[in-house]
Design a protein around this ligand. Sequence first.
Ligand code: NDP
Length: 296
Amino acid sequence: MTAQIIDGKAIAEEIDRRVGAAAAQLERLMGRKPGLAVVLVGEDPASEVYVRNKVRRAMAAGMESTEIRKPASISQDEVIALVRQLNDNPSVDGILVQMPLPDHIDAGAVINMIDPDKDVDGLTAISAGRLLAGEDGLRPCTPAGCVLLAEQAMGDLTGKSVVVIGRSILVGKPAALLFLEKNCTVTVAHSRTTDLPALCRTADILVAAVGRPQMVKGDWIKPGACVLDVGINRVDAPERGEGKTRLVGDVDFDEAAGVAGWITPVPGGVGPMTIAMLLRNTMTAAARRANLEQAG
Ligand code: NDP
């Protein structure tokens, strides 16, 4: 193996610590803790784990974090009314609606009701527009985490060529814009891209956000490149015993680690950064709402 492993867990812990210090400072200035409200609709087991982790880490960083649970039978109007209430609640700085929502609810309609200044997931159309326009705003957490990891590994990213595989509004598109903001030269690839391996070999930074287990092979990678694996895929792991599974990324880690300069593992790479960025966004939202400079 030649690649250095980028320890997303350790970097995320360091960000959580800094957010914690900033939260304490903000609490003194505002007379209350920064507040994060997390809405969970239904009983999807994976969503329950995500929400629990978000609330736990927000509390550990000294924030007020409330989990609002609603049954899967709730109507779209009721979810929207709940979001409106949270928009109007002065002690709530950040609002997150955990995806996916039940099929009868239009997720876009709900997300776009979130006050953009409290949109700590960075997923409203207004937040996306602010990113595109280069205006201040809350940035989507997973791609923001990718940029930070690349900077940790490589320092200044100016002039680097970046290939992002995936064009979702959640990861691929905002990742492309955030790397562009860092003066990278960005190409976005997707399922219709021709000769993806050759394109990937041009990348100083390769971001894989596809959702296909171990699709990116070692010979797709430019020697010395920084590989950021966003994918989280559960696959069978018979070697661990009957019926066992394990998590893998979109990159064939063993192959890629023999070629890349830096690589994120799955789990423990991009994943932990997502919550760290959520907490950082909540701090930013709280500070801006209180008309204070961002504290951290
Ligand atoms: P989407 O399914 O919304 O998007 C996948 C993208 O990959 C699409 O743009 C699609 O192209 C592209 N794609 C699919 N197949 C191919 C292919 N064979 N070659 C090239 N491109 C392809 O997924 P998300 O963006 O929401 O998530 C991507 C992955 O990241 C998933 O594994 C998800 O679990 C993970 N994830 C991890 C997070 C974390 O915290 N670490 C957070 C969010 C997501 P097209 O548009 O043409 O269909």
